[in-house]
Design a protein around this ligand. Structure first.
Ligand code: 5GP
Ligand code: ZN
Length: 144
């Protein structure tokens, strides 16, 4: 996509600190890292959100996330978060699918991800939620 910053980065049109590249994926340092070694892993295919990504790019992306995560873990002997935001309400600022790999070394690198308020899942509502989601899962063995 012509005006997408992450497409431009993966095509070499905008500079970045490249960490990894293969046929379908690309990884580079985040310009504003949450912690030292914060990497973004993207598909070369342009898709704004995860559910819009092709079935070909999806497994390739997960494998690239795993490879980058392993390298980051070994490089810094750290724990790490893998985060993926989809849509503005979910905090997505760049609308090209990307996974954040964020090293976590301790209290000095705390960052907040707003998990509150949280409620107890009620059984009645759980049934309705299951019905709505499960009937939309394509090719699923979930159907009973
Ligand atoms: P989001 O909020 O969409 O999940 O995260 C987008 C991330 O992309 C942010 O962490 C931001 O710092 C990073 N970012 C935005 N523009 C650029 C850029 O031009 N180069 C690099 N390396 N990272 C970027
Ligand atoms: Zn793009």
């Amino acid at each position: 996509m012509a005006d997408c910053i992450f497409c431009m980065i993966s095509q070499g049109k905008v500079p970045c600190h490249k960490v990894y590249e293969d046929e379908k994926c690309f990884a580079f340092l985040d310009i504003a890292p949450v912690s030292r070694g914060h990497v973004l892993v993207i598909p070369k295919e342009h898709a704004a959100k995860m559910h819009e990504l092709s079935d070909e790019s999806c497994p390739a992306l997960m494998l690239a996330v795993k490879k980058v995560s392993k390298a980051v873990q070994e490089a810094f002997s750290c724990d790490f978060n893998i985060l993926n935001n989809n849509g503005k309400m979910a905090g997505q600022a760049v609308h090209h699918v990307h996974f954040h790999v964020i090293p976590r070394r301790g209290i000095k690198e705390e960052f907040s991800f707003n998990w509150v308020p949280r409620k107890q899942q009620g059984d009645d509502d759980a049934e309705e939620i299951l019905e709505r989601i499960k009937e939309r899962i394509i090719g699923s063995a979930n159907k009973q």
